[in-house]
Design a protein around this ligand. Structure first.
Ligand code: ADP
Length: 258
């Protein structure tokens, strides 16, 4: 028996197929989302990888910002619930989840059964989200996956004083013109995101274990800066960007087994 989880985010489409033992049999992340063929591509990828078809799925669950745009799912569930379920499955002792996606950042408090008790969200401003990092990587002509590599080369970080992404963009361009080395700038850019989200997290209250999820968690430069800012160990899994889709597939499995 298999279930499909689909996470239609602001920036990427993710899909996960689980078997009845809660094992991932296929996963896909496509950098395209609402209004494109991103969702169908992610689903096609997991079906090809597993050799299964939609008919083999006991149910499908859609989550994420664009979940209402996809009418092929059995269930539609909020991404807050799905991230909580996904993170709890991988880290049963997690009590705080910091999910930084392409256009928002959410801090969730979860209990010992993985239920969300509180959350704080920033979806009004690109600073403190993946969008900020995407814009900066573009200026520096780096792939998003190279930011952590550059940040790791730097001893010191150049602090980015502008809190607005548009102004920070000009600030980074003028730092480049002043000959500031790219690693120091990148370390400062990662710290800037961590500082903003950490202050959001403190408002929600930090309880350990603290787990980072979402695409930005893949960036070790941001994870390290977050540890420094919050003074706690940040737990991380390579599934971080798939936590919502994993939670959605688990939600469906729980429904079937209920
Ligand atoms: P959403 O669910 O809102 O679509 P995601 O959780 O998929 O967003 O996160 C997207 C963000 O993750 C991107 O904006 C980008 O900054 C970051 N990201 C994606 N891939 C990587 C990577 N390989 N390394 C570092 N950061 C990444």
């Amino acid at each position: 028996m298999y279930t499909l989880g689909i996470d239609i985010g602001s920036t990427t489409s993710k899909a996960v197929i689980l078997n009845e033992n809660k094992e991932i049999v296929a996963q896909s992340i496509v950098v395209a989302t609402v209004g494109t063929n991103g969702v169908s591509k992610a689903i096609e990828n997991v079906m090809t990888e597993s050799g299964l078809t939609m008919d083999d799925m006991a149910c499908s669950t859609a989550t994420g910002y664009g979940r209402q745009t996809y009418d092929g799912a059995t269930y539609q569930v909020s991404e807050l619930s799905c991230h909580a379920i996904g993170v709890h499955h991988v880290f049963p002792d997690a009590r705080t989840v910091i999910d930084i996606g392409g256009q928002d950042a959410k801090v969730l408090s979860i209990n010992d059964s993985g239920k969300m008790s509180n959350f704080i969200m920033n979806d009004k401003c690109a600073a403190g989200t993946g969008r900020f990092l995407d814009v900066m990587a573009n200026i520096l002509q780096l792939d998003i996956s190279e930011l952590e590599v550059e940040a790791a080369k730097a001893e010191d970080a150049v602090s980015i004083s502008s809190t607005c992404t548009v102004f920070a963009e000009s600030e980074v361009i003028s730092q480049l013109a002043n000959g500031i080395p790219i690693p120091e700038l990148v370390k400062g850019i990662c710290e800037s995101v961590a500082i903003r989200v950490a202050s959001q997290a403190r408002r929600g209250g930090i309880r350990e274990e603290v787990v980072m999820s979402g695409g930005v968690a893949r960036n070790a430069g941001v994870r390290n800066a977050m540890e420094k800012e919050l003074g706690v160990t940040i737990r991380y899994s390579e599934l971080s960007q798939l936590m919502g889709a994993l939670g959605a597939a688990l939600y469906g499995l729980n429904k079937i087994n209920a």
